[in-house]
Design a binder for this molecule. Structure first.
Ligand code: HEC
Length: 183
């Protein structure tokens, strides 16, 4: 090997060593997947409402107010009186669940009234999820419960009254977790 070639070889070896050591230095910092999340940010995303009403926010809404919102923002997909259009039928079931073509509306199918609030708040209207404020969600929830004959026209929905609305199909589900525990 000539002196020149020897020098080149040493240089390359040194460069490779430097490269690998800087690689190790990088990996010690971790994969660098982004910034850590603050507790405030996590609270902002934690919007789950549980069957017993845990997680329901302050505020309230009326059937009357809900009807207005429904006419403006929901009727195009869910139809007049919740009877369904391009999207699900939400009310007005005639045949119930046991007919040949079961009608899974809020009134016939849903086990908890509080879930109506949760679903609407996080996902509706489909074109602008999370755009309704809490009072508006309470109102449109009240209107849908009213359409399903589950509350009266003057009832007001809030974190106290909503969990008390008894749903006809509450006992129609099997709680697999409870069943597992009993084994
Ligand atoms: C652009 C059409 C559209 C609009 C507007 C819209 N929805 Fe929906 N909605 C849908 C579709 C589609 C689904 C079914 C989504 C799915 O199954 O994932 C749905 C599902 C729902 C459900 C659950 C139905 C079920 O049985 O699972 C509720 C409750 C609901 N919408 C309420 C509302 C309310 C209240 C508004 C107005 C504030 C609204 N939606 C506006 C399209 C729409």
């Amino acid at each position: 090997m000539t002196k020149m070639k020897m020098k080149q070889l040493i240089l390359i070896t040194v460069l490779i060593a430097a490269g690998t050591s800087s690689l190790f230095a990088e990996s010690k910092k971790g994969p660098d997947l982004g910034k850590s999340v603050s507790p405030e940010e996590i609270t902002g995303w934690e919007i789950s409402v549980f069957p017993d009403g845990e997680g329901l926010p302050k505020g309230e809404g009326s059937v009357e107010e809900g009807e207005k919102i429904y006419q403006q923002q929901c009727i195009v997909c869910h139809g007049e009186n919740g009877l369904g259009e391009t999207a699900d039928q939400l009310a007005g079931a005639q045949m119930g669940l046991t007919s040949e073509y079961p009608e899974q509306t809020i009134g016939t199918y849903w086990p908890y009234a509080t879930t109506v609030f949760d679903v609407i708040r996080r996902s509706m209207p489909m074109t602008a999820p999370s755009s309704l404020n809490d009072n508006e969600v309470y109102s449109v929830t009240a209107y849908l419960l009213y359409l399903n004959n589950l509350i009266a026209k003057n009832d007001v929905m809030n974190s106290e009254s909503l969990p008390k609305v008894k749903m006809p199909n509450e006992s129609g589900f099997i709680n697999v977790y409870e069943k597992e525990k009993q084994r």
